[in-house]
Design a protein around this ligand. Structure first.
Ligand SMILES: Cc1cc2nc3c(=O)[nH]c(=O)nc-3n(C[C@H](O)[C@H](O)[C@H](O)COP(=O)(O)O)c2cc1C
Length: 367
């Protein structure tokens, strides 16, 4: 069985000092235009140094992809100096820095976009209260979007990050192309499972070519996905098994599942015998490492996650206790802070925007 403090070397040669990764978490702390703030640097500094790698909050690759206020941006070269500060803040004591790249697609609104209508694969609104109907992207705009992910990757390299993660999870634009709910196209980008995968296929190949044609050494390219949607039609486990099989054959460094609970079982009748992670891990079959995630609070949870993954991502536990990793690795679990008290927020560098998000994600752990 994999031990938490074992190293791991990725396909392109980068080695992580242990198997714990800080899960990507939006801080809502950036300036209005997406520049990193000092508060945000302090937040990351507090949580770097112990984990093998930190995956940053989602950073938008295009102005039209901004999902919320206080979001990080990598949409133009002007962000490179501020992103460099973020990368060097994270790269303390051997921790590696991975920039998460995303575009919100239909999961934003014209207020956040200052009067501009959101875009997506098709003009179908998300099933959530007050969701705006997006405008369908033209073929040219789709190629432009892929180019913008590639440019964002170049900027991450210039800023000194150790890698990028393509955020194909949590209902944002990459997932919107794969989902039969948000993608109703009948051209080369939609209409069948294979065609719904076309955007991801071209995006991943494009980003891989940017990295492999640059002079950067030991860079990581990861891909995150959500295994199931509850909408009808929506992404089901069978679609995800197809996606994972395709992606595992690419020159990616890792796949990263997005789950609220690492033990979660599928809603599909045909996939109920094992956990979702186990099905995914078995499909990958050692072709590349999988990052598991979801409500990991104890060493035992982390070790159980590693039964079906090579790496474990920890989110909320690291917000509440930035030293969760050293306490787990050094056998001091009894000293882990498990509840976020209001008076601890300043010391933990947790801003107002993040508290709103946390309130929604973990009410039972807030006091
Ligand atoms: C405050 C907050 C912000 C998040 N932001 C992101 C994000 O930007 N990108 C992403 O892929 N996941 C995001 N997530 C999901 C986490 O990465 C993680 O998958 C989830 O919280 C489950 O892990 P945990 O139980 O260890 O927190 C966020 C979660 C929280 C709590």
């Amino acid at each position: 069985m994999t031990v938490l403090n074992n190293t791991l070397t990725f396909r392109r040669g980068l080695t992580l000092k242990n198997r714990v990764i800080m899960s990507p978490m939006t801080t809502k702390m950036s300036f209005f235009d997406g520049v990193v703030t000092q508060d945000e640097l302090n937040y990351y500094s507090l949580r770097s140094g112990e984990v093998g790698a930190v995956i940053t909050a989602a950073a938008n690759v295009q102005d039209g992809g901004k999902g919320w206020e206080g979001e990080l941006s990598v949409a133009s070269d002007k962000f490179i100096p501020s992103l460099s500060r973020l990368a060097s803040t994270i790269k303390r004591n051997g921790t590696k820095a991975i920039l998460q790249l995303f575009h919100a697609g239909r999961m934003t609104d014209s207020k956040v976009l200052r009067g501009v209508q959101p875009v997506s694969a098709s003009a179908i609104a998300a099933e959530r209260p007050d969701a705006e109907t997006p405008r369908e992207l033209t073929e040219d705009e789709i190629y432009h979007l892929i180019e913008d992910f590639k440019k964002a990757t170049e900027r991450a390299i210039k800023a000194g990050f150790d890698g990028v993660e393509l955020h194909g999870a949590n209902t944002y634009v990459i997932q919107q192309f794969f989902s039969p709910h948000s993608n109703r196209r009948e051209d080369q980008w939609g209409g069948s499972l294979e065609k719904r995968f076309n955007f991801i296929n071209q995006l991943v190949d494009g980003v891989i070519s940017v990295v492999d044609n640059s002079n950067v050494q030991n860079f990581i390219i990861g891909y995150r996905f959500s295994p199931e949607e509850y909408e009808e039609p929506g992404i089901k486990m069978a679609d995800t098994i197809y996606l994972v099989d395709k992606l595992a054959d690419k020159e990616l460094d890792y796949l990263h599942i997005s789950l609220g609970d690492f033990k979660r079982v599928s809603v599909s009748e045909e996939y109920k015998e094992k956990s979702i992670m186990q099905y995914v891990h078995e499909k990958i079959n050692g072709r590349l490492p999988l990052i598991g995630v979801g409500d990991v609070r104890t060493k035992e949870d982390a070790e159980n996650t590693l039964a079906n993954a090579e790496l474990v991502a920890v989110g909320r536990s690291l917000i509440i206790d930035p030293h969760w990793t050293s306490k787990v690795l050094e056998g001091k679990e009894d000293t882990i802070r498990r509840v976020l008290a209001d008076q601890d927020r300043e010391e933990l560098m947790i801003g107002n925007g993040m508290v709103e998000f946390l309130d929604f994600m973990m009410p039972e752990r807030l006091r």
